[in-house]
Design a protein around this ligand. Structure first.
Ligand SMILES: Cc1cc2nc3c(=O)[nH]c(=O)nc-3n(C[C@H](O)[C@H](O)[C@H](O)COP(=O)(O)OP(=O)(O)OC[C@H]3O[C@@H](n4cnc5c(N)ncnc54)[C@H](O)[C@@H]3O)c2cc1C
Length: 400
């Protein structure tokens, strides 16, 4: 089998390449995966929120939008150019090859926008351009202390009171909550029906009185996410997305949007990691070492197999079928990514696992990747949950 791109995709890649040559910010030379570091929380518990989404990264996202390169499949007014699905794939691969991220905050363009376009009313759809351009920062309030994998068990309550809802409860692991202007908050609106049937989705302004955000520190010391507490928070009734108690259907849409994109990003991240491993092996003079060459070649081989499987899933997805391959891809790319980061740390030698910028080569870049790589095996559905899905939908085993 010989896979190759058609002339339209080649021309598309060239046009994109010319744009990137001219506009990519120099900060990306520091390396792929700069995002996700979050602001640092000092020992005093105070957050340095400035570097969660740096100004240059905000300008970059806006530049992509203004030139129709933020989400190529969208129409120009939403920051795209009506690209085909295959061109979208070319786009994602090209960004990854150059180790360039399009945005430092995915909820707005990756989850909120497609969900509002699918389920929102005309007024709510007007929020989409600013979400895609990055002018509005969004967070997603799904997980709670007792509702993560079992999302349907969420307990944050919204009670109707005239023309508003009163929200009480707690969310956790809410990425970007400390810098977000708006939140997609999944709430329980009926506690007397089966748990999937009493959930609704509200758009909540993060500066509404009664909301308290407490940053949580990652293993890497950065604070990418937070706990969010809601105490008698008043939300206008028109901020509901879809119908009352129809939120579960929307969660499935939101998660499908998230997962459909995750495999491409997972494979691209893996490709980028293999390239970075080659860089570090060369810098450390290990590129002639037979063992190192074999290990990196094996990772390349695995990443290539995953990409081929991804194309197969992508073909089903493009034809409108659900693609259980995405679950496998999500699990395999995140687990392999973790292994690649650990290997990068090993290649760096004695100071590989050191976070101290004075001692660690590349300012502790690989150890930071390694710590953050655990997150990819949890966010968007943990590896165990993906294995359950594979067991059930791919292997036909009974539901656990
Ligand atoms: C970096 C990061 C960013 C995140 N951002 C957000 C965000 O913006 N908004 C948001 O709402 N959430 C966010 N999350 C939360 C994420 O969705 C949850 O962490 C995830 O769904 C798992 O839920 P949990 O943490 O409650 O773990 P639990 O569901 O309590 O799981 C604990 C362990 O048990 C395992 N387990 C659970 N159920 C089963 C089962 N049925 N079979 C086998 N094993 C099982 C899990 O795999 C896991 O290992 C984020 C998480 C991370 C790591």
């Amino acid at each position: 089998m010989h896979l190759t791109w058609g002339p339209e995709e080649v021309a598309f890649r060239e046009e994109l390449g010319a744009f990137l040559d001219e506009h990519v910010p120099p900060e990306f030379e520091r390396g792929f995966d700069y995002a996700g570091e979050g602001g640092e929380v000092g020992d005093d518990g105070q957050l340095d929120a400035d570097n969660i989404i740096p100004d240059w990264a905000r300008r970059w996202q806006a530049t992509l939008f203004d030139h129709g390169w933020m989400i190529p499949a969208y129409p120009p007014e939403l920051g795209g150019r009506n690209a085909t699905l295959v061109q979208t794939l070319v786009y994602l691969e090209e960004l990854a090859r150059r180790r360039v991220l399009r945005s430092f905050h995915y909820p707005g363009y990756g989850i909120v926008s497609p969900s509002l376009l699918e389920f929102g009313n005309e007024e709510q759809k007007k929020l989409v351009p600013a979400a895609v351009r990055g002018d509005t920062i969004w967070c997603i309030g799904m997980s709670e202390p007792n509702a993560g994998s079992d999302l349907a068990g969420l307990q944050t309550r919204a009670t109707r009171d005239g023309d508003r809802f009163i929200v009480n409860g707690q969310k956790v692991w809410t990425s970007y909550a400390m810098v977000a202007q708006k939140c997609f908050v999944y709430v329980r609106t009926d506690a007397d029906v089966p748990k999937h049937k009493g959930i609704s989705l509200l758009i909540v302004d993060m500066d509404t009185p009664g909301i308290e955000v407490r940053p949580l520190r990652h293993l890497s010391r950065s604070a990418g996410f937070a706990e969010v507490f809601f105490t008698d928070v008043e939300v206008p009734a028109e901020n509901i997305v879809g119908e009352v108690n129809d939120g579960w259907r929307i969660t499935q849409g939101s998660l499908a949007h998230e997962r459909a994109g995750l495999w491409v990003e997972g494979v691209c991240r893996l490709d980028a990691s293999v390239l970075s491993l080659i860089d570090v092996a060369q810098r450390r003079g290990l590129d002639q070492d037979a063992g190192v060459r074999r290990d990196i070649a094996t990772m390349y081989e695995q990443a290539s197999s995953l990409r081929a499987l991804g194309y197969k899933g992508f073909a089903s997805f493009a034809q409108g079928s659900s693609a259980p391959e995405h679950s496998y891809m999500k699990m395999a790319t995140s687990e392999m990514g973790k292994a690649a980061c650990e290997y990068g740390m090993q290649l760096q030698g004695a100071y590989g696992p050191v976070m101290d910028p004075e001692r660690g080569e590349e300012n502790g870049r690989w150890v930071n990747y390694f710590f953050m790589s655990f997150a990819n095996t949890i966010a968007g559905g943990s590896s165990e949950i993906q294995r359950n899905i594979i067991a059930q939908r791919v292997l036909g085993l009974p539901r656990s």
